[in-house]
Design a protein around this ligand. Structure first.
Ligand code: GLN
Length: 383
């Protein structure tokens, strides 16, 4: 039996593949953004209490009232976005579930979906699975800024949507208000849907402000804001995320999500809701902790002759491996894995063609002692 045509050409992502390879050699995994830091006790307790209270059956298809209310409250408090918890929030199986349901609910087969390159592979492959036609706006390293003429030139007659990711996986670039204003102008003129993945919103550096695109100009009416708790509370396996959008869009997304998943895991929805009761210091310390890890990781890469593009947010760094003399990014990543026992992800997961061969992506969402050991190995690595 052949798999369906919609799956042809799609394979397991290199992100996941490198995790398997890493387990094979017993290495330290700086590849997949696993994020195995401790779960905040508040969130852990929230899950255990919910299970003990037998809150373990299906939730509404749009999610529990408690979590939708917590998301609406945090959107008002942290993102500056007024959201109706009753009609404008769909709770999903992770941010990935929100993105998949959005593609299925709001795009028709053959619709163009514009990705900013470097892109996150799931944004590409999930769109393909939904039958959309990926299109690309290549952003130039190391600043990765959106410029209006390039954005306009990347549009095609069938472009229906543009995907933003801020802070970005894999570049760490955070969209400035000026860049989002460009998107707003073009999206309004061309009647585009804007899908923005903000899963790394609380991980940002040097006092940078996170600007949610839906708060800029008139973008709110055409924007789906995707988020989740995987990274904020270090619970990537719990799979709790959301899509926030104007009512008709949110309803369509909740319906598509229901048909695939019925609902996100109910006890974990309760736990996630309690997590947003954490004091402001929790969110500050999260960002400060990652800022230290960013320094450790970037200075090791610099010392090893793999200059990093220092990220503004999120917990990944693109390292330039072109001077090491490997024939490909995969060869560089495999040498790092086999010799230094450190897994990374080849840049070809995030960039098409030769541009991808220049980089590997390094994830520093690791406990300090594990990251220190990985960085010691990176410094000692000789191609
Ligand atoms: N978002 C994480 C990454 O980029 C995990 C992706 C995944 O395993 N699907 O590594």
């Amino acid at each position: 039996m052949q798999p369906a045509r919609r799956l042809r050409g799609l394979v397991q992502s290199d992100i996941r593949r490198m995790t398997r390879e890493c387990e094979r050699v017993g290495g330290i995994n700086l590849g997949q953004g696993i994020c195995d830091l401790p779960t905040p006790p508040l969130v852990e307790r929230g899950a255990i209490d919910a299970i003990r209270a037998r809150k373990s059956t299906y939730s509404f298809m749009e999610g529990t009232v408690e979590l939708r209310t917590a998301v609406a409250r945090k959107m008002a408090r942290d993102n500056g976005l007024a959201v109706d918890a009753g009609t404008e929030v769909a709770i999903t199986v992770g941010a990935t579930g929100a993105y998949a349901a959005t593609c299925m609910a709001l795009l028709d087969p053959g619709d163009g979906i514009l990705l900013l390159e470097p892109y996150y592979g799931y944004h590409l492959n999930t769109a393909l699975l939904a039958g959309a036609e990926p299109q690309f706006l290549s952003l130039e390293a190391p600043r990765f800024r959106i410029e209006e003429p390039a954005l306009r030139a990347a549009l095609r007659p069938n472009t229906r949507a543009i995907v933003l990711c801020t802070p970005s996986n894999p570049t760490g670039h955070m969209l400035s208000r000026a860049e989002i204003e460009i998107v707003e102008r073009v999206a309004r003129e061309k009647d585009l849907l804007v899908i923005t993945d903000e899963i790394y919103e609380y991980i940002r550096y040097d006092g940078r402000e996170h600007v949610s695109p839906a708060t800029v100009g008139k973008l709110r009416e055409r924007t789906v804001t995707i988020g989740g708790v995987s990274k904020t509370f270090s619970i990537t396996g719990w799979r709790i995320g959301w899509a926030v959008a104007p009512e008709p869009l949110a309803r369509a997304i909740a319906l598509a999500h229901d048909l695939f998943y019925v609902c996100a895991p109910t006890p974990f929805q309760h736990a996630a809701a309690s997590g947003f009761d954490a004091p402001p210091s929790f969110f500050r310390e999260l960002a400060d902790g990652y800022a230290r890890k960013r320094e450790v990781c970037c200075s090791a890469l610099e010392a090893a002759g793999m200059p990093p593009i220092v990220p503004e947010g999120a917990y990944y760094v693109l390292a330039d491996v072109s001077r090491l003399g490997f024939p490909s990014a995969l060869a560089a990543a495999m040498a790092l894995l086999e010799k230094a026992k450190v897994a990374t992800v080849p840049g070809t997961s995030f960039l098409r063609g030769a541009a991808g061969e220049r980089f590997v992506r390094v994830c520093y969402a690791k406990e300090d002692d594990v990251l220190d050991e990985a960085c010691r190995r990176i410094r000692a690595f000789r191609a």
